[in-house]
Design a protein around this ligand. Structure first.
Ligand code: PEP
Length: 249
């Protein structure tokens, strides 16, 4: 972990029922969490209100997506204004499932980030390479291109946390080694220093995501440029998520 406040987000994806979420919230409310860690959970839209009204204020809420602009005639979309209205502080954007399953591109994601920031939501801005891109030696190129799309669209990095999530590690049980993750985090920080500013590079938190669990988080958290985690599967179990949050030392 670096000098910034450790940040751990839980991405619940399209999982849960009213009952299972009630249990998860109750487990999180009774867990002992390190005080010096920012903790955020991202429920599916339809359960945000339930979570907001039952979860401890100690944990903030993220949406998993937001519309590119002001609401209106956009069937099926949810606007940043609506997310603010129901108490969200954050939104996860550019997740690999939205890029590669739904088909969102860099420019679209950049615009969404700019709009959400303009509505005072924090943005968890995801980047990451596919396995074939890593094997072709293109990891940095892909990450830098995705970063540039954010940088071209946003006017401030104050409310952005970057999540490096190699696609081959997401939901696969194949976690990046601490060295692999650290290598990309350093490269991302260098890119920010050269292309945005040294101040933004040093203060922006860069978190790792991809098969983080209660057993591997402590080793990853030791790396200097790993400022936290974005956790999918393991965030659905309160005790595992708490262990990950508490893995910063
Ligand atoms: C994610 O979806 O952001 C993620 C990292 O998932 P998992 O932890 O399940 O690999």
């Amino acid at each position: 972990a670096g000098t910034g406040k450790f940040f751990v987000g839980g991405n619940w994806k399209c999982n849960g029922t009213k009952d299972s979420i009630k249990q998860l919230v109750s487990d999180l409310n009774s867990a002992t969490l390190e005080p010096d860690v920012d903790v955020v959970v991202g429920p599916p839209f339809v359960y945000i209100d339930q979570v907001k009204s039952s979860l401890s204020d100690r944990i903030e809420i993220a949406a998993q997506n937001s519309w590119i602009g002001k609401g209106g005639a956009f069937t099926g979309e949810i606007s940043a204004e609506q997310l603010k209205d129901i108490g969200c502080k954050w939104v996860i954007l550019g997740h690999s499932e939205r890029r590669h399953v739904i088909g969102e591109n860099d420019e679209f994601i950049g615009k969404k980030a700019a709009y959400a920031l303009g509505q005072n939501l924090g943005v968890i801005a995801c980047i990451g390479e596919l396995l074939e891109e890593r094997e072709a030696g293109k990891t940095f190129d892909v990450c830098f291109k995705q970063l540039k799309a954010y940088a071209d669209a946003v006017s401030s990095w104050d409310n952005i946390v970057i999540a490096y999530e190699p696609v081959w590690a997401i939901g696969t049980g194949k976690v990046a080694s601490p060295e692999q993750a650290q290598e990309v985090h350093v490269a991302v920080r260098d890119w920010l220093a050269k292309n945005v500013s040294p101040e933004v590079a040093s203060k922006t938190r860069i978190i790792y995501g991809g098969s983080v669990n209660a057993g591997n988080s402590a080793e990853l958290a030791k790396k200097e440029d790993i400022d936290g985690f974005l956790v999918g599967g393991a965030s659905l179990k309160g005790s595992d998520f708490a262990t990950i949050i508490n893995s910063v030392t």
